[in-house]
Design a protein around this ligand. Sequence first.
Ligand SMILES: [Zn+2]
Length: 253
Amino acid sequence: MWYMVSIILGAMSVSFLNVCIFRLPKEESIVTPGSHCPHCQKPVKFYDNVPLVSYILLNGRCRYCKESISIQYPLIEGITALSSLILFMKFGPSLSYLIYFAFVAALIVITVIDLYHQIIPDVISLPGIGVGLLASLIIPQITFLNSLIGILLGGGSLFLVATIYQWFFKREGMGGGDVKLLAMIGAFLGWKGAILTIFLGSLIGSITGIIVMILKRKDFKYAIPFGPFLALGAVIALFYGQDLIRWYLYLNR
Ligand SMILES: [Zn+2]
């Protein structure tokens, strides 16, 4: 029963996430008005806004103008619901579950916005740093000190890399958005999680970058934004961080 609740909670928060994804980059209000079809502008009825189910029932098309609905919607709905379920299985019905779900939801929004607009909105990452730090006071998974060091080490190390890169190549390699994002990740995952996130993000990012470069013959710098890889690294660190660190220490005994 609880598993169902976690899936439903995950799925329900999706329409809010979608609204953030579309309106934050345009600096529109995220509270009003309700969702509408981007093609014919007709408001989406509440019974057509059931995550995943509506997409399937409507055959992936708008009820009114029959224009196809972007696959992005069911994709994000599925990923969010699944994240909610996995986090619930990990943390149970607890405050930790709610806080880490909010964290993952923020990462999903950041990823999609960064993919489309190559920016990471400060309105998510900066409050995120504060929320993560405050959360460390009430959840057992992380101490306040660990969260604080996570912010400084996470943000600081990327800031250092970005500064050295800029000084060396005379051009901006990494945005300030990535620095703030990693500070937020450090706030939620602590300093070990932040380091693991940089490692995983760089690894997955480099592999993907090389593949994209070969396939599309694009300059590495312009190939893809770094934010989504940091977000992905953070999610892996959150789910499997303890195991990965234990495995690493085991290998290096
Ligand atoms: Zn329509």
